[in-house]
Design a protein around this ligand. Structure first.
Ligand code: FMN
Length: 276
């Protein structure tokens, strides 16, 4: 069976998960979505997997664009793993929708709770104890996912919003309100962070910066330039790779991130992240 895996990752959780899955299902073909920016891509494989983080209860924009541009040459078994901090929202259902426009579907969609990495406005990075616990539990879950994928089982999309589980809403008014508010939550937070707070405009290099260019190398969207100073362009998905991987902790987002912990997955190195 030909298998192709695609990942996108800011702090290594999704890359680590993609590698583990690849290892366990014997897939050798694994690519960074960041390498295909703006390109059309054809898929001929029998099994295709996507591993990426949840941003604002949805896919990162770059992942959405990528999936939108895929041309499927056959009808593969498609699976996805959305790594998250416990709130995947409608991410996988949104991916399924894009695939359906293309005459495909998400055969199996899994959520994987991993250490949180978001520090925008609120500090949602996980404590070292929670990190440890989640890394252990996620390894076990990846093992179970790999068994499902290997056998190409169609288990549907994980989450409380499965069409089947809509039964639990029973369409009483309060349940519908709950459903709608859950639907809107991600968009509201995204609007607050990107349009009101304008987080992508608030990246700064502090006095700790040594102009080492790590941020420039690691940015998956080639959005950072280092000359006499560090500058960020407008092509930012807020993956926070620059913030978390800076060896000097010399990048801040506005003035609320001072002293916040920097996180990256312990099995993933800077070199792994910058492989193109
Ligand atoms: C901008 C941003 C938004 C995020 N939004 C969510 C979210 O809505 N729900 C959630 O559970 N986790 C959210 N997270 C946490 C990440 O999805 C999670 O930590 C993920 O595993 C990071 O993967 P990576 O290390 O591959 O980048 C967000 C992270 C960032 C940077």
């Amino acid at each position: 069976m030909n298998t192709k895996l695609f990942y996108f990752s800011g702090t290594g959780n999704s890359l680590a998960a993609a590698r583990k899955i690849a290892d366990q299902i014997g897939a050798r073909n694994i690519d960074n979505i960041a390498n295909f920016m703006g390109q059309k891509i054809e898929i001929n494989e029998d099994i295709v997997g996507f591993v990426f983080p949840v941003y604002f209860q949805d896919m990162p924009e770059v992942v959405k664009e990528f999936v939108n541009k895929i041309e499927f040459k056959n009808n593969p078994y498609i699976f996805a793993i959305a790594t998250c901090n416990g709130g995947p929202g409608f991410t996988l259902f949104n991916m399924d929708k894009i695939l359906k426009y293309k005459g495909q579907k998400l055969s199996s969609g899994f959520t994987l709770t991993m250490p949180g990495n978001s520090v925008i406005m609120l500090d949602l990075t996980s404590s070292p104890e929670i990190q440890k616990e989640r890394l252990r539990d996620s390894s076990i879950k990846i093992y179970n996912i790999s068994k499902i994928v290997k056998n190409q089982l169609e288990v549907g999309i994980e989450g409380k919003y499965k069409i089947k589980t809509l039964e639990i809403y029973d369409f009483g008014a309060p349940k519908i309100l709950q459903f709608l508010s859950d639907r809107l939550k991600g968009s509201i937070i995204s609007f607050a962070v990107t349009k009101v707070y304008r987080a992508h405009k608030r990246f700064i290099s502090s006095e700790k910066c040594t102009l080492c260019r790590t941020c420039q190398r690691i940015c998956p969207e080639n959005n950072i330039k280092v000359a006499e100073i560090v500058t960020w362009g407008s092509n930012c998905d807020l993956c926070l790779a620059c913030f978390h991987w800076c060896p000097q902790k010399g990048i801040e987002i506005g003035n609320s991130t001072k002293n916040r912990i920097r996180y990256h997955h312990p099995d993933i190195s800077l070199k792994d992240m910058t492989l193109r």
